[in-house]
Design a protein around this ligand. Structure first.
Ligand SMILES: Nc1ncnc2c1ncn2[C@@H]1O[C@H](COP(=O)(O)OP(=O)(O)OP(=O)(O)O)[C@@H](O)[C@H]1O
Length: 277
């Protein structure tokens, strides 16, 4: 398997520098700094209300912070046109409302809006992407009739197709001109098999150079699959490093205030946590 590419700080990436945002006198993000590097799966962790989705919205350009800077490939995020941004990054938010009448194929095709593809190209790409998420047989079905987990995989296909559709795509499509994927709890409705499938797919995409910002609640999956973990608590970053580095401190126990036992994964020796009961 290809190794994950490591990028040095002067290369292309998304950088967040001292980002702060408040609402109604309450700080939602407080001096947050981090980077999302092409070739890496960066997983954002933290308790409910820690500011994870708010951070994702800021990094993807949907929300403006009060203070601080975000640069995407060395250019201020605010200077990117919406059209260019749509070709550069795709965003999967938690709550997505879709018109009742759309078929699965029509939902996925929404991801193609930034691009001009022929019908033949679009059909092939939609089919290929639905295969990636194990949903090819649902293409003609009404989206509204799918289960919650099935709908979540269709939404993932919609954002993947947005990045796959670049006409310059090839095996190394993401490495020369990196693309970014922002995912807010993309496996929250999935069964064990589908969680593993999606996380393996994300790893494969990072190995092709995609930079992924992914919010998860499962700290064990985060430690197993993440290249880099960022822990948020009350809008502040309390940890930013590799899963192995996270195993050296007690940030998980203190941030979540949960009664946990720390274990080591038998195959990878990566840290894992279990309830004490
Ligand atoms: N527009 C707003 N006005 C006031 N407070 C807000 C607003 N948007 C978000 N918040 C608050 O900001 C905090 C962070 O919200 P956010 O959705 O980023 O949390 P989160 O870490 O993603 O949480 P969860 O794990 O529950 O999804 C929450 O306390 C939320 O109630």
């Amino acid at each position: 398997m290809a190794t994950v590419k490591k990028y040095s700080s002067n290369q292309l990436m998304l950088t967040v520098n001292k980002l702060s945002l408040g609402r109604s006198g309450k700080p939602l993000l407080d001096q947050v700094s981090l980077s999302i590097q092409p070739g890496q799966l960066t997983i954002i962790l933290g308790p409910n209300g820690a500011g994870k989705s708010t951070l994702l919205k800021c990094c993807s350009g949907a929300l403006h912070a009060d203070n601080g800077h975000i640069h995407l490939d060395n250019k201020p995020l605010a200077d990117w046109s919406l059209a260019d941004l749509a070709k550069k990054r795709a965003v999967l938010t938690q709550q997505i409302h879709m018109p009742f009448t759309l078929t699965v194929k029509e939902v996925v095709s929404l991801g193609l809006a930034p691009w001009s593809l022929s019908d033949q190209q679009a059909n092939a790409l939609i089919h290929e992407t639905l295969m990636d998420v194990g949903m090819a047989d649902t293409e003609p079905r009404r989206y509204a009739n799918l289960s919650g987990g099935e709908q979540q995989r269709i939404q993932l296909a919609r954002v993947l197709v947005q990045l796959y559709a670049d006409p310059n795509s090839n095996q190394d499509k993401y490495t020369k001109e990196p693309k970014y994927l922002f995912l807010d709890e993309p496996i929250s409705a999935l069964d064990l098999h589908q969680q593993q499938k999606v996380l393996r797919l994300l790893k494969t995409l990072t190995q092709k150079g995609l930079g992924i910002f992914c919010i998860l609640h499962d700290i064990n999956l985060a430690a197993l699959y993440g290249d880099n973990l960022v822990l948020l608590e009350k809008g502040r970053v309390t940890f930013n490093g590799t899963p192995s580095q996270l195993s050296k401190g007690n940030q998980i126990e203190t941030t979540y205030q949960a009664d946990l036992i720390r274990l080591s994964h038998p195959d990878t020796q990566l840290p894992q946590w279990q309830f004490k009961q």
